[in-house]
Design a protein around this ligand. Sequence first.
Ligand SMILES: Cc1cc2nc3c(=O)[nH]c(=O)nc-3n(C[C@H](O)[C@H](O)[C@H](O)COP(=O)(O)O)c2cc1C
Length: 310
Amino acid sequence: MKKGNDLFRYPFIFYLYKEINNIMKTFYPDSISKKALHQIMLGTITPRPIAFVSTVDNEGIRNLAPFSYFNAISSNPPMLVLSVNRNTDGSKKDTLLNIEKTGECVVNMVDSSIANQMVLASTAFSKSTDEFMKSGLTPISSSTTKAYGVKESPVRFECKLERIINFGDFAGASSLIICNVSCVHIEEKAFDKNGKIDPVSLNIIGRLGRAFYVKTTKESVFSIPHLKTKTPLGFDNLPTSITNSKVLSGNDISKIAGLENLPTIGEVKHLKHLLDSFGPEVVHQIAGAELQTGDIHSAAKLLMTVEYFL
Ligand SMILES: Cc1cc2nc3c(=O)[nH]c(=O)nc-3n(C[C@H](O)[C@H](O)[C@H](O)COP(=O)(O)O)c2cc1C
């Protein structure tokens, strides 16, 4: 693509160009700056959960800082990981120093009500600063660690250090902190009336690139029911009249591919009149609408009408 080409001033034409050419930008870590690579990692591996990590040092000074290179790695035993980068001068961040010394921390999850306080706590305050006081958050005693939890946080994981893996001691080098969960506290309102955790009530935020975050709202949450079939057909066992559909998306076709069997000719022959009246494209559109309502079997019957009778 030539820079300054007038065509690309028009977003729709640019969109079409991209669609036709499926443009991808390719990067090799050694051929771009560390900063640019960091932004690519931050901006594309998203949304990331945020561990709002509370520790204490040997003098009992409370430290609090967020880390989005964080995840659960095991439920049995329950384990978490977070990755703490070295400061620009190669020195260790307080969180890493404290966990090295005390062997424990509390990972507090962040909901949107404390998002700004979490960002405030990410400031590199001096080691002697109580970051609970700085961020206006309330320390709450833990059951199994000396490190305090954040009272305002909806979920608190008390953790004991399993091991630290250091990937260097230069600026930005990360230390992977692997922790065992010794106790978890979850606010009661996170549970629905069936005792299941409701993601919307929790409203945990995630980190995107730059200064962007996501909330877990009713509008942003969707569900994909677990497959009921043990041996789904898969795309490779579907007829090309379905897999090459000009109407159905990959997500739509996945629902049909999740079935164990396709309807037989006998099961669909009463629908042939629809194909005769409206043609294959409209039948695929009706099937698409059935898929949206969750009626996968009706959709499969309509699609197989096209396969059997066209
Ligand atoms: C949302 C968010 C996520 C962050 N994730 C990380 C991370 O994964 N690793 C890291 O080293 N720093 C991360 N930071 C920066 C640290 O929070 C920051 O360096 C903080 O001052 C470290 O505090 P400490 O020296 O008290 O440990 C993040 C900051 C924010 C706001």
